[in-house]
Design a protein around this ligand. Structure first.
Ligand code: NOJ
Length: 560
């Protein structure tokens, strides 16, 4: 947050830390992170300087997709805690001034959800089946899927059910895993059900919602076949449908009905909307729909100054980082260190072909990820940091096949390694059997972490980094501290009343912009050193800049 925030909603310039609860901190020694673990690390998060945390799903779930297959939207998975524990976490976080955002998963539930189980035993055409997409199959005996849509996780998006009488029957739609049946959002009962869930968490003082697959809820009513494969995340019979506008306006009314004067203040909802071009985001950003949608420009652009600048401008021209928070990583994409080492974009959630720890190419990735962090945190608006990014954790490319849990690995027949490599439990200490991830113990022992940590993990630990001024952690802490105190940062003093950043003409491989009052950002994405722009003082640098030059893959914050 910036120092000067004249009555604007906190979320417009908040730095939010994404917690993947199963991998953050384990308080009871079962090898799975939990809510009490998060609570125990609030001092760390407070020292880091974040304004809020977003917790990915911690609800009861068979874990067909890391908890994004919810079997009860209004409870806590007993392996992770209790509802009372959630309330305690929210209350303790508030003492640190930290808000808690929860994940809402409205596109699909778990195949174990009671309403889906009821649909399975109900007849075709029944109200129970109308909560989902049940259709007869095509071809002889209905043995072919009802249309040609593909699952995001590979293979057909349909699974055939066995009817209660034992015969093969209808098929149900799942844009993701077979364990994640899609809700039918044209059914008013589904709308009503989710409005209660939203109120349930906001009543428990959640500061907002992160809305999973926010672009996917409505489907073309005819479920027509695709005539061609749409470009990734482009509008299609199942993405970016106009009906979303009305739904999100209704949700906004609910969010805005909460008392803004009391902590946690106005409530936000940030949509996970993957898009092909920035224009596609207009549907969400025009008018009073979701307060925010993620801005994935720094994830999808290549490590190239011209491309980055165009990517940044594309969103700034639409809405700005107050409504479209910046990110460089999350639990679905390869870690920035490896991704930027490989040049940036491509298929951001594929860890195939990425350099690994020990490969010389990774060194450039480390520098680039540090520079990218300074870029993200200098841009106007809000930013999200994924746990471990502040430690410079690399993608664990070398996870053994038998350890992999992401359904994409299984559904692709092992050709797509999936996203486990960025979900390995955090290292808190230099040594120890789980590098401090599990603190509680059962009879002095604790179970192995649910994903194996590599032997080198201790080098990245909080303990190793905390006293080292050159560490990733020190860079993040310094950046967040400056961001809080410098009037130009966050949304700046002017809010959106004035241009929030101004590009300066600069050498081809560089990015240089100013923010008022008195701030200059400069980065060199090229291969040769360049002179720094005229300035009064260096506030922060991702690499040493003693000679007045910006070395390759270096970013600086300057006082003008
Ligand atoms: C996006 C979530 O971030 C991801 O982890 C999940 O697999 C899909 N949505 C499906 O819920």
């Amino acid at each position: 947050m910036s120092a000067v925030s004249p009555n604007r909603p906190w979320w417009q310039e908040a730095v939010v830390y994404e917690v993947y609860p199963r991998s953050f901190a384990d308080s009871d020694g079962d090898g799975i992170g939990d809510l009490a673990g998060v609570q125990s690390r609030l001092p760390y998060l407070s020292e880091l300087g974040v304004d809020a945390i977003w917790m990915t799903p911690f609800y009861p779930s068979p874990l067909a997709d890391g908890g994004y297959d919810v079997s009860d939207y209004r409870d806590v998975d007993p392996r992770l805690g209790t509802l009372a524990g959630f309330d305690e976490l929210v209350a303790t976080a508030a003492e640190y001034g930290i808000r808690v955002i929860v994940d809402l998963v409205p596109n699909h539930c778990s195949a174990e959800h009671p309403l889906f189980r009821a649909a399975l035993t109900a007849p075709a055409g029944s109200p129970e089946r109308e909560m989902f997409f049940f259709r007869d199959g095509r071809g002889a005996g209905g043995g072919e899927p009802p249309n040609n849509w593909q699952s995001v996780f590979h293979g057909t998006a349909w699974t055939r059910v066995t009817e209660p009488d034992g015969r093969p029957g209808q098929w149900y739609l799942h844009l993701f895993d077979a364990g994640q049946p899609d809700w039918n959002w044209r059914n008013p009962a589904v709308r009503g059900y989710f409005e209660e869930i939203i109120r349930f968490w906001l009543d428990r003082r959640a500061a907002g919602l992160r809305v999973d697959v926010a672009h996917g809820l409505f489907k073309d009513p005819d479920l027509t076949d695709l005539t061609e494969v749409p470009a990734a995340h482009a509008p299609s019979p199942y993405y970016h449908r106009a009906e979303l506008r009305d739904l999100y306006q209704r949700w906004r009314v609910i969010l805005d009905s909460y008392e803004p004067g009391e902590f946690p203040g106005t409530r936000t909802a940030v949509g996970e909307v993957w898009y092909d071009t920035a224009e596609t985001l207009r549907l969400y950003l025009d008018g009073a729909g979701l307060p925010q949608v993620f801005n994935f420009q720094l994830v999808t652009a290549r490590w190239d100054a011209a491309e980055m600048r165009t990517a940044i401008d594309a969103i700034e021209g639409l809405a700005g980082g107050d409504r479209a928070p910046w990110v460089i990583g999350n639990h679905d994409v390869a870690r920035p260190v490896n991704r930027y080492a490989a040049g940036g974009a491509g298929a951001p959630n594929m860890s195939t072909g990425l350099p690994r720890v020990g490969d010389p190419e990774l060194r450039a990735g480390v520098r680039r990820a540090r520079a990218a962090a300074l870029l993200m945190l200098a841009l106007p608006g809000s930013a999200y940091i994924y746990q471990g990014e502040e430690l410079g954790l690399p993608e664990v490319v070398e996870l053994p096949d038998e350890a992999r849990q992401d359904p994409t690995f299984r559904r692709s027949g092992g050709t797509d390694p999936g996203r486990d490599g960025c979900r390995v439990p955090l290292p808190w200490t230099s040594t120890g059997s789980s590098f401090g991830f599990s603190t509680g113990s059962r009879d002095g022992e604790h179970a192995a972490p649910w994903l194996p940590q590599p032997s080198y993990w201790g080098h990245y630990s909080v303990a190793d980094q905390i006293g080292d001024p050159g560490s990733f952690l020190s860079l993040y802490r310094a950046a967040l501290k400056l961001r809080r105190s410098h009037p130009a940062l966050g949304l700046g003093p002017a809010g959106r009343a004035a241009p929030l950043m101004r590009w300066l003409d600069s050498a081809p491989d560089t990015l240089v912009f100013t923010r008022e009052p008195g701030f200059i950002f400069a980065a060199n994405l090229g291969e040769a050193p360049v002179p720094m722009p005229p300035h009064a003082r260096v506030l922060l640098a991702s690499e040493p800049v003693g000679d007045g030059k910006l070395a390759p893959d270096t970013a600086v914050w300057l006082a003008s």
